[in-house]
Design a protein around this ligand. Sequence first.
Ligand code: 1CP
Length: 347
Amino acid sequence: MSQKSFNDTFLRACHQEPVTYTPVWYMRQAGRYQPEYRAIRQKYSFFEMNEIPEVCAEVTRLPVDQLGVDAAILFADIMTPLKPIGVDVDIRSGIGPVISNPIRHVEDVNRLGKLDPESDVPFIMASIRQLRRELTVPLIGFGGAPFTLASYMIEGGPSKNYHQTKGFMYAQPEAWTRLMDKLGDLTISYLQAQVQAGAHAIQIFDSWVGALNEEDYRTYVAPVMQRIFAELKETTDVPTIYFGIGAGHLLEEWNQLPTDVLGLDWRTSIPEARGRGIHKTLQGNLDPSLLLGPWEKIEAKAKEILDQGQAHPGHIFNLGHGTFPEVKVETLQRLTQFIHQYSRKEG
Ligand code: 1CP
């Protein structure tokens, strides 16, 4: 079918190897801004789309075919592996994950089961195997980090301030550690299974960990993240990416973790991160809201980010957070073309 050769530019950038242009993909590149996604979503619930490998693979491929991005990200959610361990989660349109049995006490933590990826989420493995055969760009597998998963499990849904999550962490530190350990085990086995099935890289989303200060991050979260990345390094040979929002103050902490790539949101510039001694590959960091602005402003900012990224080996262009329903497909198409063309000329 596909005669195109495999494009490994994204993987080369992860490893800080020379590239002929700056690779790009977009967080939430499969989603409601695409008419094709909306049409499929009308027929299925989120988890049905996720659990039928043909549909999952189709939605994963959509942005690669439509935008020309340099990597695909598996269509799933960070909540996907939590259902089989006893978390009653639903994804509601316009809201996100909603959990009917939130964690309140240590007994709720003890009740959580253990994930066996091959038997509990076989559809994820099947989707990855299918995509591995079809794609000509790398496939990114992913999972949520323990803090961010715990925030949904404790709050019962999206939150603005994470009071309940942090309250649980401060008030019940032993139960918190047990929860981090369980979610750490789950994350390791889930991500190892994705790599075994064929994922070329792994991104761990710690979207909400920026709610913690440095000291609390070090005490309550860094140990589990250290264990996850160290085990993945030891047992797999794929690059890993760590990403969070509003977490610029944690960069020095993140830099000590055995991960290859750090994702920046738009609040921390690439020169600032480099100036603070971050030498890993950086991924980011165009403010997704700018995609609603005039093309001239998008182009000027993209140029600036590309120039900053090329000043040091290892840059992957991305948004500072996920794209969203109001963004136009044409804007992302034009941006992708521009990134490829401009960075090639410069490079
Ligand atoms: O192309 C892709 O990126 C699709 C795969 C993907 C990924 C990587 C989805 C599908 N979700 C995610 C990760 C995810 N899910 C994160 C980490 C990245 C981020 O910060 O955005 C988080 C925090 C979630 C939780 C979640 N699921 C939210 C956010 C809620 C909040 O707290 O603000 C939402 C809205 C969802 C639902 C969801 N997941 C994915 C899609 C396309 C959607 C929209 C679902 C729909 O069609 O109704």
